[in-house]
Design a protein around this ligand. Structure first.
Ligand SMILES: NC(=O)c1ccc[n+]([C@@H]2O[C@H](COP(=O)([O-])OP(=O)(O)OC[C@H]3O[C@@H](n4cnc5c(N)ncnc54)[C@H](O)[C@@H]3O)[C@@H](O)[C@H]2O)c1
Length: 350
């Protein structure tokens, strides 16, 4: 029988608890150590899971086969380096680093160490986005013409996130575009194709230096499509994090409304009745078609068993960092269009 994969945790906050809940339904894994610089958080996660509280990062890494790096962003590069040195498989939360140079270095580190690696770009497993991708990829839809993407959530210094580090540019790197909408950049490219130019403007309504809370990007794609991404951190605690997406193709309109996981996804294709899928019906359709696993973390463990990275991996995340960095460069110059290096060139402009 295959040995169970011993899983360690560095960081035991919000997202570590999300992964811990998902791990409960993964077969062939066992809890190893957990370390958090705030011991009460490590103890709480250990009590919930059966993991062992460790006294250091090193102790966690010496006793596991795979590690979830769930600390604030500025700690990711150092911890990835430590894990890679020990040959441990790495799941690192997004964004990889506080800047592009850090992300480049991290992608190089896991490549050199040849360890299985994955990044928390979890929208790749969303039934709603998987179904949207199917609709767009159908040749009957024609070419993609445009995408309109709005992402809003309350600034995560409060509410269920209640983090302080997201208001500290040294630990977070930047605001809503890097910290949150790096998800959106990744999923937009996976739906439409590579972004060729970006023009961005941003604002800091909360007055926190370096932490932008309203960003608008105007996008052009290598395939000729055009688009926009609006990302906002507001203060409406009663409003859940929400994404609204509309894609127009030559013969298809499709949208995700309200919930970026369960939809509804609605669409209209030339000469057909309108379509609509939501909730469990949407999930069943996507899972039965093999478009995504039911449990987003399952693929990481499958990849470890096969000894081959499946994705979204560090190179996928690096690409999103390249686009985000170009967007910030544009915003710093008042919105002048900036050319994004083609994916083949990847780190050009770093
Ligand atoms: N994939 C997603 O959808 C998603 C969602 C939320 C957060 N995230 C990402 O996950 C990371 C953590 O976010 P969070 O919301 O869980 O933050 P959090 O503040 O809830 O938890 C971070 C924890 O890391 C601990 N920590 C800091 N340095 C450490 C170190 N060197 N060793 C061990 N522990 C350390 C802190 O004490 C804290 O408990 C961030 O990079 C964030 O962007 C991803």
């Amino acid at each position: 029988m295959a040995m169970s994969i011993r899983v360690g945790f560095l960081g035991a906050g919000f997202i570590a608890n999300v992964h811990a809940s998902l791990l409960h339904s993964c077969a062939g894994v066992s809890w190893a150590g957990v370390y958090d610089t705030d011991p009460s958080r490590a103890e709480a996660l250990a009590a919930k899971t059966g993991a062992t509280v460790c006294a250091s990062e090193d102790e966690v890494l010496s006793g596991c086969d795979a590690v979830f790096i769930c600390t604030w962003t500025s700690e990711h590069p150092r911890l990835v380096e430590m894990a890679a040195e020990r040959g441990v498989a790495i799941f690192c939360e997004k964004p990889l680093a506080t800047d592009l140079a850090g992300a480049v270095q991290m992608a190089e580190t896991v490549r050199r160490a040849a360890v299985v690696n994955q990044v928390g770009l979890v929208l790749r497993f969303s039934p709603a986005f998987c179904w949207l991708r199917e609709l767009i990829a159908d040749p009957a839809s024609g070419r993609v013409m445009s995408v309109m993407f709005r992402d809003d959530q309350y600034i995560p210094l409060q509410g269920m996130y209640k983090s302080t580090w997201r208001g500290d540019v040294a630990r977070a790197g930047a605001g809503t575009l890097l910290e949150h909408s790096i998800h959106d950049i990744d999923i937009i490219e996976s739906l439409v194709g590579p972004i060729r130019t970006v023009s961005g403007v941003s604002a800091e309504f909360h007055g926190i230096a370096g932490i932008e809370d309203a960003v608008n990007l105007s996008l052009s794609f290598a395939n000729g499509a055009v688009g926009s991404l609006l990302s906002v951190w507001h203060d409406i605690l009663e409003r859940e994090s929400s994404r609204h997406v509309e894609v127009m193709c030559e013969n298809l309109w499709c949208s995700i409304e309200t919930d970026d996981w369960w939809g509804p996804v609605r669409w209209q294709r030339t000469g057909e009745d309108p379509g609509r899928l939501e909730g469990g019906e949407l999930g069943d359709k996507v899972w039965k078609a093999g478009l995504a696993p039911v449990n987003p973390d399952e693929g990481f463990f499958d990849a470890i068993r096969r000894g081959r990275t499946a994705g979204p991996d560090f190179d996928t995340a690096l690409r999103a960092h390249v686009v985000v960095e170009a967007a910030y460069r544009s915003a710093a110059q008042g919105g002048v269009p900036v050319t994004v290096p083609a994916p083949e060139a990847q780190v050009v402009g770093a």
